[in-house]
Design a protein around this ligand. Structure first.
Ligand code: HEC
Length: 231
């Protein structure tokens, strides 16, 4: 009994001495959620919906490659915080995670495997990076059936060619629906050296890898879809 009390006392002492975690600002969390929701909506209406309507996956791929990487920047500029997508195995090297993001996604993946509801896996923290205090937020992104046209096991050969040409280091294939495909990530500096951070600077569009140079006379990389049979 005495040792039990002593142990309880020790636990209370450790809890009292542990550095207090700062709670992130509710407005920052709301802004991060809003950015992720907007991305989700655009992804559904402008990309995934087109695949669901049986549009040519090559046309959808080209629309994706031209537009989606810029959405993160648009949302960042609107919210004045860095909004991005990342993955443990990224397709676009510009999306590779930093150490904090990698650790969160490893935990998310573990929790999902344990059957925990992905809706509950949002993370919001204030972390110290050098002499800066930074708000960080993350939410998992799960692969859906339509995502597999570009991230699954059996990717259509023309889409595979395009992916291989633009993303030779692609690590984002071979998924099944329901798996952790990556995460939305938000980062906002709160103070640097105890002083307010400089105002938000609009970010450049993440670089795209240049496609392989094609020579005149090379066979076209992507064959046009055969015309639909007349009714
Ligand atoms: C038409 C092809 C296509 C479809 C459909 C597609 N993706 Fe992607 N995905 C890409 C390309 C290309 C990139 C790399 C360019 C970029 O950064 O957006 C990418 C990047 C990503 C990234 C960022 C990390 C990385 O690997 O670079 C995540 C996360 C992601 N996709 C998840 C999804 C999810 C979830 C869906 C379904 C809702 C989906 N994708 C549907 C082509 C596609």
């Amino acid at each position: 009994m005495a040792s039990r009390l002593a142990a309880l006392g020790l636990v209370a002492l450790i809890a009292a001495c542990a550095p207090k975690r700062e709670t992130p600002d509710a407005a920052d969390i709301r802004a991060a959620r809003q950015a992720a929701l907007t991305f989700d909506h655009r992804m559904t209406s402008e990309i995934v919906g087109r695949l669901d309507r049986d549009e040519d996956p090559v046309a959808v791929y080209l629309a994706y490659a031209d537009n989606v990487p810029g959405w993160g920047k648009e949302l960042s500029d609107a919210a004045k915080m860095d909004f991005s997508r990342t993955a443990l195995g990224a397709r676009n090297p510009a999306d590779a995670p930093d150490a904090w993001e990698r650790q969160q996604m490893e935990q998310m993946s573990f929790m999902l495997d344990a059957g925990i509801d992905p809706e509950t896996l949002e993370i919001a923290e204030i972390v110290t990076e050098g002499d800066a205090k930074v708000f960080r937020w993350m939410r998992p992104v799960l692969m859906r059936e339509a995502c597999l046209a570009c991230h699954g096991e059996a990717i259509e050969s023309r889409v595979k060619l395009l992916l291989g040409q633009e993303y030779p280091l692609d690590e984002a294939t071979g998924y099944a629906a329901g798996q952790l495909g990556g995460a939305y990530s938000v980062r906002k500096a709160l103070s640097i050296g105890g002083k307010p951070p400089p105002p938000y600077q609009p970010q450049p569009i993440p670089p795209r890898l240049p496609p392989d140079p094609r020579q005149p006379g090379d066979a076209p990389l992507v064959q046009p879809m055969p015309a639909p049979a007349p009714p």
